[in-house]
Design a protein around this ligand. Structure first.
Ligand SMILES: [Zn+2]
Length: 182
């Protein structure tokens, strides 16, 4: 099992959204990483994670979304319960750092000095209430996003420029979404 905490790397908080419509997931091809990912990015100071996910999603795709809650909520007079993400993980910002660190070689750092990302991924739905892909207008952010598209599970499984995590996340996201509709 991975133990990324032991490296005491500088960690940034990030948030993103998984949008699934008609059993297809909306992915962007990240310019720097050259990998297909769910839209997302850094959480800003004083920004709530689900708000960051919604903002980053809109900035990268031009689609306004709302984070769905997949956890338990309580109506409280003392605390505000916020939408819970479907995934919460720690990963190297540049995955080559994993090997570099093991060999005590220099690592690549992000613009904010971060080495690892603590990433929260929310299941999201279109703010417009749209249920069909044909009703979605995409406006990708061109300097960070090389490409954008809707992909089926089979397509994601067979893509090479993607991490296998995304496939596994998509499987679980689909289960939750389809469970919702029953
Ligand atoms: Zn970062």
């Amino acid at each position: 099992m991975l133990d990324l905490q032991k490296y005491r790397a500088k960690i940034c908080l990030t948030a993103g959204g998984m949008l699934i419509l008609e059993n297809r997931v909306l992915l962007i091809k990240h310019h720097r990483l050259q990998r297909w990912l769910c839209p997302g990015g850094h959480i800003e100071t004083n920004e709530l994670p689900h708000i960051a996910a919604q903002r980053e999603f809109w900035e990268e795709t031009g689609v306004e979304v709302v984070a769905k809650n997949v956890g338990k909520m309580i109506d409280s007079k003392h605390s505000e319960y916020l939408p819970a993400p479907i995934f919460f993980n720690l990963h190297w910002m540049y995955r080559e750092n994993y090997h570099a660190r093991l060999k005590n070689q220099p690592v690549v750092k992000g613009s904010k000095g971060c080495e690892q990302h603590l990433g929260l991924t929310y299941l999201v739905r279109p703010l417009s209430g749209a249920k069909k892909i044909r009703d979605m207008k995409l406006k990708p952010q061109l300097h960070e996003v090389d490409d954008i598209g809707w992909f089926s599970l089979d397509q994601v499984k067979n893509m090479t420029d993607i991490w296998s995590d995304i496939y596994q996340e998509f499987v679980l996201g689909l289960k939750l979404i389809n469970g919702d509709e029953n």
